[in-house]
Design a protein around this ligand. Structure first.
Ligand code: S7B
Ligand code: ZN
Length: 336
């Protein structure tokens, strides 16, 4: 039966969450039955990450239950994954009226301790997977609420537009995961537009994996001419690394989302922001109503404009401020 459990997350912060007591053994394990068909969090068995990702996708292997004899000392990485998955579930349920990743209450399965010092997180088509990080570049990735929001949004994408994970459609997939993942986190006192800041380079404060407000401020190495993430379509990566730059060119659409939300002038084009509450609904509606598996940047622009029109119709023949912001933002990043 469900019990209220408490335990430390990876930052040593005491969390309160749902667990279940096994009547035979008397031990408790991480399962939250209060949300949809449940939030079930597991730990991997030190299997190499590639094997685990494949076997979990093919055979539904999830690893081992995360148990505690006294309902307190749970595995902190698992506590972070468990609590953060619940928070992202609540974001989609409360803000977008969506019941879990498939909209029909599917179970949320996460497995932590994937691989060894693995600086990655993944959605394998069925569940979320988190590495521990190497301790320098990253720490346990389940500690990043925006990381979990990103992985779970990959799950929402799989169940909606199912954007093909390569080239431009893959970059849009990555960008929607960044945008809605960041909006799901939205922690006060943190930069909304920085991805993974809580788990990125523990020895260097204030930086992140990617920046949506200033993509070109983050170094990415030899992929692009500048060595920095692109913030304009003319600077997109056109090689075949990173599945055609899905984690690189996502920054172009991320910048458009930042401009739509906060406004600004970018390459001489000025945008009047419309705020997070309107922006998140426009991107969610674009994803669930207009984007398709092969959508490219231009179709992302059209989908966002149409979603904005649906939510903020023209007034006496004039486009609304929200529609104007979307058009100007995509003009600013060079997407027509
Ligand atoms: C850290 C990481 C490495 C490789 C792939 C992903 C991926 O899920 O695409 C990944 O997770 C993220 O990018 C989240 C947003 C920080
Ligand atoms: Zn991703």
């Amino acid at each position: 039966e469900p019990v209220q459990a408490r335990g430390m997350d990876i930052f040593g912060t005491l969390q309160s969450f749902q667990a279940v007591k096994d009547p035979e053994t008397g031990t408790h394990y991480l399962f939250d039955g209060t949300r949809s068909e449940g939030v079930h969090t597991f730990k991997a068995n030190r299997m190499p990450e590639n094997a685990f990702i494949i076997l979990s996708a093919l055979l539904g292997m999830t690893g081992f239950e995360v148990e505690s004899r006294n309902n307190f000392f749970y595995d902190p990485s698992a506590v972070s994954a468990h609590v953060n998955a619940g928070k992202v579930y609540d974001y989609y349920n409360k803000v977008h009226g969506r019941d879990s990743l498939d909209g029909e209450g599917m179970k949320l399965v996460s497995t932590v301790h994937i691989g060894s010092k693995w600086n990655n997180a993944a959605w394998n088509g069925k569940q979320m997977l988190y590495g521990d990080g190497d301790g320098t570049r990253m720490i346990s990735l389940s500690g990043g609420l925006d990381v979990i929001g990103h992985e779970m949004t990959h799950g929402v994408i799989t169940n909606t537009a199912d954007l093909i994970y390569e080239n431009e459609s893959g970059a849009i997939n990555e960008s929607i995961a960044d945008i809605l993942g960041a909006f799901a986190e939205n922690k006060t006192g943190e930069d909304l537009w920085l991805l993974g800041e809580d788990i990125w380079t523990p020895n260097t404060p204030g930086d992140g994996l990617r920046s949506m407000s200033d993509p070109a401020s983050v170094y990415i190495g030899g992929y692009t001419e500048s060595g920095y993430y692109p913030d304009h379509y003319s600077k997109r990566y056109v090689g075949e690394l990173d599945k055609g730059g899905v984690h690189i060119n996502s920054s172009i659409n991320n910048k458009a989302a930042h401009l739509i939300t906060d406004g600004g002038t970018h390459y001489g084009v000025s945008v009047t922001g419309i705020g997070k509450t309107k922006a998140e609904k426009i991107f969610y509606r674009a994803l669930t109503h207009y984007l398709a598996a092969s959508s490219d940047f231009s179709q992302m622009r059209q989908a966002a404009i149409q979603a904005a029109k649906d939510l903020h119709p023209d007034q006496n023949g004039q486009p609304s401020a929200e529609v104007k912001a979307v058009i100007a933002a995509y003009d600013a990043v060079g997407v027509n």
